[in-house]
Design a protein around this ligand. Structure first.
Ligand code: COA
Length: 260
């Protein structure tokens, strides 16, 4: 598929999406969001893709936010639509049904931090910087940052980031639970691929059920979540993968999952 603002390639059942506007620090303009939507729709429907890694082109940025030259033209009505459009794309990433890993290689600001938050796992380079600096522009996060950041980390720390607009480095992000791990810049992609390959080596029906149940946690009550978990657990028990996984353990051999 041809894109102008992102790169998407699939290797060994892993899709690599690179936001590719390095001269604008990979700022998300409307065209980029549209391409992301198209690309994630393809990935959702492509059974041969098991996991996704999202990163930014160049040395400096993951994504430095929504494109401020486009933000500058918004009014009250178009601003709401702008926010809803971004939320729709990021919700699609969160609800993809396949694991999405953010490999945060540099600035993850505003919409960039929100993009990382919509991914299921965040790995960061030691040079990455995170922030929600929208208040400096007279706005608030609009791609669900007020919601996802507050749920992910301590609400006081989320309020501090959103209200001051201050940036934090990747070690601080690790301390507050915003990222899963921090690696040297040159190791980041290797570590992300290792994790994606490990996930990809498991039975994919179980992986997809697990990610759905994890994501549902934000939307449903504890009891609804547990009911969902039981249903999905039951579905897994009806698969060939379940027979293979349990038999392989008992026979002391490596499981050979067929995803059926
Ligand atoms: N939207 C549009 N363009 C952006 C951008 C954004 N969010 N972030 C960076 N750019 C552009 C700059 O305008 C500049 O373009 P130019 O070379 O045509 O002038 C280019 O990317 C490089 O950015 P620059 O500011 O020169 O780099 P820097 O190293 O001095 O500073 C940042 C890096 C990230 C601190 C700074 O670019 C910044 O504060 N960006 C905006 C962050 C933000 O507010 N994001 C939230 C938006 S909701």
């Amino acid at each position: 598929m041809d894109y102008n603002n992102i790169l998407c390639e699939v290797k060994n059942k892993i899709a690599f999406i690179t936001i590719n506007r390095p001269d604008k620090l990979n700022a998300l303009n409307n065209a980029t969001l549209t391409e992301l939507k198209k690309c994630f729709t393809y990935i959702k429907n492509e059974n041969e893709i098991n996991a996704v890694i999202v990163t930014g082109a160049g040395e400096k940025a993951f994504v430095a936010g929504a494109d401020i030259s486009e933000l500058n033209k918004l009014n009250a009505v178009s601003g709401q639509i702008f926010s809803e459009n971004g939320q729709e794309v990021f919700n699609m990433i969160e609800k993809l049904g396949k694991p999405v890993i953010a490999a945060v290689n540099g600035f993850a600001l505003g919409g960039g931090c929100e993009l990382a938050l919509a991914c299921h796992i965040r790995l960061a380079s030691d040079k990455a910087k995170f922030g929600q600096p929208e208040v400096n522009l007279g706005i608030i996060p609009g791609y669900a940052g007020t919601q996802r950041l507050t749920r992910l980390i301590n609400s006081g720390r989320a309020a501090e980031m959103i209200l001051t607009g201050d940036l934090i480095d990747s070690h601080e992000a690790l301390r507050m639970g915003l990222v899963n791990n921090v690696f040297k810049g040159e190791e980041l992609m290797t570590k992300a691929v290792e994790m994606a390959e490990k996930i990809s080596s498991k039975g994919q029906i179980a992986i997809r059920m697990a990610i759905k149940a994890i994501v549902a946690c934000d939307d449903v009550s504890e009891i609804e979540g547990q009911n969902l978990e039981s249903s999905m657990f039951g579905l897994c028990c009806g698969t060939e993968d379940f027979k293979e996984g349990t038999s392989a353990f008992l026979e002391k051999r490596k499981a050979d999952f067929k995803n059926s």
